[in-house]
Ligand binder design. Structure first.
Ligand code: DOR
Length: 424
């Protein structure tokens, strides 16, 4: 492997920022400083050189939904978005609820453009009635468990899962949605659902489960990570729980800090997502939560769906939006936070939650694995769905001008994206 130098950028990591070149050799950072040279040079002038981004929440669709996405195409999209690691959600077909399916997805990720890790299901088949064999999945390195797509409805089962998780040293991640309250809803319940005549999902459907799981985290002492929080009430519950020392973490998806339920006025299912797009006040609360540390991470909830499914009427189309190729620029453009804070939310903070910080998100110093994201925070570009690497096209940001673009992504010392072009 050639020596590589990332030259002329500003290194940003959890220790701060400084102008420095980064020398990479044998998959690891071999030097950080001014005036470094090597056999191959990647230009980083005007760029931030950061630890690679880590996505806690991506639907890779394999096995079973390869017409929407594959591990290979999702990993390419991820690398183009600056990610060096993604956590694959288990709502595949079959679901990732056994060591055999964990193995299958990990094998599919071998040689992909980013590291592919797996979240295992909490319950068998994600059906919510019987615990999945978490120990055998944990033995294969699974560190996050979730029934995402659904929340665990039964509080007693969730308590047992937390006790089990605590013994295994793993974290449960909850999709907070009370199914009885959400039943029949297709968008946020509020002003727009009334006007459009589309049945709504109340904010309370999310908030009652957040409140319940805070109580269960307190009861068991086991950590709970809240997936894709979307309401002001949920953010406030997490804020209070953290202040009280309850072991909870939380993430928000870019669409919940950039879009509101007013988008649904178009009846375009590209704006259908679960949890649904909420109000302006909710968007403001999610942003405030990301700014004050209540929310620990931006996670994509990348949810590819084939065009024909997204062309169904609003009430029949599946929920979900693409996210991997637009998350960083949306965060840079919309959060009004210093770049160091944005990278924290997308890199080392999620890496820590996923227990990936040995390899991803760590400081850019000699000896660390060279998993890096190099991006120009000032480059403007327009989202063109047909140019995305995902196999699906369901981005709600078509035509939107964003600022901030990934120039290079480096995975274990190998450039997997160079000048915005995928190399794998
Ligand atoms: O919008 C969503 N899409 N929310 C989920 O929880 C699941 C996801 C999917 O798998 O499409």
């Amino acid at each position: 492997m050639k020596e590589l130098v990332v030259k002329g950028g500003t290194v940003v990591d959890a220790t701060g920022s400084r102008r420095a070149d980064v020398l990479i050799r044998n998959g690891a950072v071999a030097g950080v400083g001014e005036g470094l040279d090597g056999e191959r040079v990647l230009d980083a002038s005007g760029c931030i050189v950061a630890p690679g981004l880590v996505d806690l929440h991506a639907h890779l669709r394999q096995p079973g939904r390869e017409e929407a996405e594959t591990v290979e195409t999702a990993a390419r999209a991820a690398a183009l978005g600056g990610y060096t690691a993604v956590v694959a959600m288990p709502n595949t077909d079959p679901p990732i609820d056994s060591a055999a399916v964990v193995r299958e997805v990990l094998d599919l990720g071998t040689g992909a453009a980013c590291d592919v890790r797996v979240a295992g299901a909490i319950t068998v088949g994600r059906r919510g009635d019987q615990l999945a064999p978490m120990a055998e999945m944990a033995a294969m390195g699974v560190r996050l468990f979730t029934d995402d797509g659904s929340g665990v409805q039964d509080a007693r089962l969730m308590r047992r899962a937390l006790e089990y998780a605590s013994a295994l040293g793993v974290t449960l991640a909850q999709h907070c949605e009370d199914e009885a309250l959400a039943a029949g809803g297709h968008m946020h319940e509020g002003e727009w659902s009334s006007r459009l005549g589309i049945p709504g999902i109340p904010a309370a459907a999310e908030e009652v489960m957040v409140a319940r799981d805070i109580a269960l985290a307190r009861l068991t002492g086991a950590p709970v990570h809240f997936l894709h929080l979307s309401t002001a009430g949920a953010v406030e519950l997490v804020r209070l729980a953290k202040a009280a020392g309850v072991p909870v973490t939380a993430e928000a998806a870019p669409h919940h800090f950039t879009l509101t339920h007013a988008e649904v006025a178009s009846y375009d299912p590209v704006f259908k997502v679960n949890p649904p797009l909420r109000t302006e006040a909710d968007v403001a609360a999610v942003k405030a939560g990301l700014a004050d540390g209540t929310l620990d991470a931006v996670a994509t909830d990348h949810a590819p769906h084939p065009q024909e499914d997204k062309e169904e009427p609003f009430d029949q189309a599946p929920p979900g939006m693409l996210g991997l190729e637009t998350a960083l620029p949306l965060a840079l453009t919309e959060l009004d936070l210093p770049v160091e804070r944005v990278v924290a939310l997308l890199s080392w903070q999620p890496a820590h939650i996923a227990a990936l910080d040995g390899e991803h998100g760590g400081p850019v110093v000699e000896g660390r694995p060279a998993n890096l994201c190099v991006f120009d925070p000032a480059e403007a570009w327009v989202v063109e769905p047909e140019r995305l690497a995902s196999r699906s096209r369901n981005t709600p940001y078509a035509g939107r001008k964003l600022t901030g673009r990934v120039r290079h992504t480096i995975l274990r010392g190998e450039p997997v994206v160079v000048d915005g072009e995928a190399q794998r």
